[in-house]
Design a protein around this ligand. Structure first.
Ligand SMILES: Cc1cc2nc3c(=O)[nH]c(=O)nc-3n(C[C@H](O)[C@H](O)[C@H](O)COP(=O)(O)OP(=O)(O)OC[C@H]3O[C@@H](n4cnc5c(N)ncnc54)[C@H](O)[C@@H]3O)c2cc1C
Length: 463
């Protein structure tokens, strides 16, 4: 069995640690933030987590996360519901035009339990502690310790150094330090090549507000609705709370008054499908987030790893614009890949590095690239609508899919599978008969959700 240090005790670091410890490895988690998790529902107000800038922003989990938790960490989903998290059945959002509403085998896969991020993370942290994992809070990693190389010219990581100068030795160092990880710089400082990196501001700004009430408002349509130059996201959360998020292009400065609670509420009230989500007691001001980076890294350059003995998981590997709310779910997929790769290559650091790159590229990176593609298309549409010109024509398959999912139960399920991270678009589109069902509705009417047009929106947000 291996000695493994996981740097970072966010949701992905904690789950990776639990999966690896479940295989019998000696796992230590080093977390920079000092506070331990308080019990729900106080985690949202009481837990100090300065290491995670988005800690209080609305988060949701997708059904794939629930399936992974059920499969790998039995009992965690029950703990989430005990902590006040709520079930969502995405199949219940089937559009009214779908006539065949009979249940199908496997429909259970569309159900998920979700809650506010602090509540979810607190549950994961307690589960990890109860599994006996050594979580050292208040321990900040400052750099890598290296030893004799296993590949010529490639640094081999044998541990980490903390900010107080302690060294912890490990057979494998897992970087789960999130978006702001310094791993690339540390590898270069150890003499390794720079990883392949693509990084840019996603270009969106988020305005979010939390509410509380005796009953979470029911969905009147999908959780995310695109309304011209804004999108609106409604998320049920734990303990009678929920959130409403409006996002726009950060260059759309005319909308910056959305940070004012009255104007934010006025805009949401003008959206007939989301207005009822204001029917509660507001429990936050409008929380604003901008400057979110899309960043992808590949730690294999010209067929050689940039370092051995170290691997990045979750946001430290790649992170995107969070509008689809997939970061934790995709991070759990990655955590599962990590456990399997360690299982297969525990005594072979070079083999591990190659296999880790391969599985990450094959099974996880498509989520990243699909998100980037969708974001760029949406940004181009928002920019065009703002400029008063026709938006770029959507890809014909996407357009046909948009019409078909309103009417065909299999296409609707396929779309849900993609959104819930249960399958990649290419897998769903390659299924026998699926494209025919999509094409049967090509040219069909698509959905035009109700909401304020641009002049009305500008009037609502004011000068
Ligand atoms: C506005 C916004 C909204 C989002 N909404 C959603 C959503 O709805 N659903 C979803 O799934 N995802 C969402 N995400 C993405 C999600 O927050 C991330 O994908 C998720 O946090 C990744 O988890 P992680 O454990 O990899 O990293 P993080 O959660 O960032 O955790 C990293 C941990 O490492 C610690 N750390 C950092 N440096 C060090 C160091 N030197 N030494 C020791 N510890 C260190 C930090 O303190 C932190 O605890 C959103 C992101 C943003 C920005």
């Amino acid at each position: 069995m291996a000695t493994i240090v996981v740097c970072g005790g966010g949701p992905v670091g904690l789950c990776t640690a639990m999966l690896l410890a479940g295989d019998g490895h000696r796992v230590t988690v080093l977390e920079r933030d000092t506070s331990p998790p308080p019990a729900a529902p106080d985690a949202f107000t009481q837990w100090l987590r300065p290491g995670v800038a988005q800690f209080h922003q609305p988060h949701t989990l997708h059904p794939r996360a629930r399936l992974i938790l059920d499969e790998e960490l039995p009992g965690v989903v029950d703990r989430l519901t005990d902590a006040g998290c709520v079930w969502i059945d995405y199949l219940a959002l089937m559009p009214p035009l779908v006539r065949d509403r009979s249940p199908r085998e496997g429909d259970e896969r569309f159900r998920v339990v979700t809650g506010r991020r602090p509540t979810v993370e607190a549950v994961l942290a307690v589960a990890a502690m109860e599994q006996g994992i050594d979580i050292r809070r208040g321990t900040s990693v400052a750099g890598l310790v290296t030893g004799r190389s296993v590949l010529d010219g490639v640094p081999h990581v044998t541990g980490v150094r903390t900010t107080v100068g302690d060294e912890l030795h490990a057979d494998l160092v897992v970087d789960a330090m999130g978006r702001r990880t310094k791993l690339a710089e540390w590898i270069e400082a150890a003499g390794g090549s720079a990883p392949v990196t693509e990084s840019e501001d996603c270009g969106f700004v988020y305005y979010s507000r939390y509410f509380r009430g005796p009953k979470v408002p029911p969905f009147v349509g999908p959780p995310i609705v695109e309304l011209g130059t804004i999108s609106v996201l409604t998320i049920p959360a734990d303990n009678g709370t929920w959130s409403v998020t409006v996002w726009a292009a950060s260059s759309d400065t005319a909308l910056r008054n959305l940070r004012d609670a009255d104007r934010f509420d006025a805009v949401v009230r003008a959206c007939p499908m989301q207005a009822s989500w204001l029917d509660g007691e507001p429990v936050s001001e409008v929380l604003t987030t901008a400057g979110v980076l899309d960043r992808y890294r590949r730690f294999m350059v010209d067929g050689s790893p940039v370092a051995t003995g170290v691997a990045a998981v979750g946001d430290s590997w790649a992170c995107t614009n969070p509008s689809a709310g997939r970061g934790i779910t995709v991070g759990l997929v990655h955590a599962q890949c990590m456990r399997d790769t360690v299982r297969a290559h525990v005594d072979d650091p070079a083999g591990f590095a190659r296999a880790w790159d391969e599985v990450t590229e094959r099974d996880v990176s498509p989520f990243y690239w699909n998100q980037i593609k969708a974001d760029r298309a949406r940004m181009a549409e928002m920019d065009a609508l703002r400029a008063g010109v026709a938006p770029p024509a959507p890809d014909p398959n996407t357009k046909a899919m948009a019409a078909a999912l309103l009417r065909d139960p299999d296409v609707f399920r396929g779309m849900l599978e993609i959104g819930a991270c249960l399958a990649l678009p290419e897998e769903v589109f390659a299924r026998p008969g699926f494209m025919e069902k999509v094409q049967a509705h090509a040219g069909g009417r698509t959905w035009d959700p109700p909401g304020p047009d641009r002049p009305a929106l500008l009037e609502l947000v004011g000068p």
